[in-house]
Design a protein around this ligand. Sequence first.
Ligand SMILES: *Cc1c(COP(=O)(O)O)cnc(C)c1O
Length: 423
Amino acid sequence: MTLSEKPMGPIPPGYVAHHGELVIAGVGARDLVASAGGTPLFVYDAGRIAGRVAALRAAMPSELGIHYAVKANPFAPLLAFMAGHVDGFDIASGGELALLTSVGISGARIGFAGPGKRDGEMVEAVKAGVTLHLESPRELDRAIEVGARLGIAPRLAIRVNPDFELAGAGMRMGGGARPFGIDADQVPDLVRRIVASGAEWRGFHVYAGSQSLDSEAIAAAQAATIDCVARLADAAGVAVPVCNLGGGFGIPYFHGQHPLDIDRIGAELAERLASLPASLAQTRFVLELGRWLVGEAGVYLTEILDRKISRGETFLVVDGGLHHQLAASGNFGSIIRRNYPCAVATRFAAPAEEVAHVVGCLCTPLDRLGDALALPHAEPGDLVALFCAGAYGASASPSEFLGHGPARQVLVGHEDEIPGLGA
Ligand SMILES: *Cc1c(COP(=O)(O)O)cnc(C)c1O
């Protein structure tokens, strides 16, 4: 009885073999592991990230600002690299602020959203000149109080919970009853209070959802956001310095998924921005993206420790697992487990010869990184590559679980630009 193959997601384009081995940023997988000191290892290709930012800028209207959502990947060398490529950063904690500060990124480029900001976090943010994206009326009171205590006019924006959601999004974060943002009908009053308080009014932020592969749905959400923000500005009687349109740009992880059509999104947005109502004529629009910018630039490399057969099925046991790549195991917000793109990095050019499960080293049945994959025959010592590991990997996985410890991380392919950081 042979196990039948289950499909995997598409390996992002451009990953090639050299002497049979997967190459990332011009370096072979074994050399990357050797210079990083071992596996498991996340490799982030800075050149790919720069390429994504450039592609996005080319597709979007030229006046649009691009922000990076730190949540997707907060690896410090990657943040430092990003500083030279994006216009701003969006954070959701004081810890992320400290990381950005540690690599020299100025608070003036940072927006801080997220429900449940602590006093200490607000103080640090206001001191640093960060824009607070208010998530509730109480946060407005507290921000005004913090500003008064510090003698600094706080920079304040309102995160709006709009009256629509992003159709087809993997995670919905706007529309309906949400912990995020302030319901649109409460917003005009709060804007007037911000202005009256003497704080610096920075504008609106609308985030409708994450991981959408539907360019039409994203374009529609952006159009609805612009309409919503125009109505709120009119109702409050203010101009809007900045409008953060959110993001939600997904990447294909699974079989049958296709890359987003960013040209289409850009063309529709350009049309909208060319015919803005008077209340938004001076507004600077920005997008905030995490996953789309960095997800495909990351590869998780893990070494095969054992190869075993159980009741006719082959298991490749690797030294990594869900403690580093929770999402690939299907345990990070997915309803059914599907296979991320995966390959034997040390036999990248070889044809598939067998069907095998790739399982992590954790003592739990949840730790399955690849289910019934068609792979070349691999042995202990071979390296397995899990693709799409650049976002929500290392920092979104329970690395303390079972005591194996965190993975190594390295940013490669950027030496010319930032000497001394990363690789
Ligand atoms: C998570 C999040 C992002 C980034 O989402 P991606 O899917 O990684 O692009 C951006 N903005 C806010 C407010 C978020 O919560």
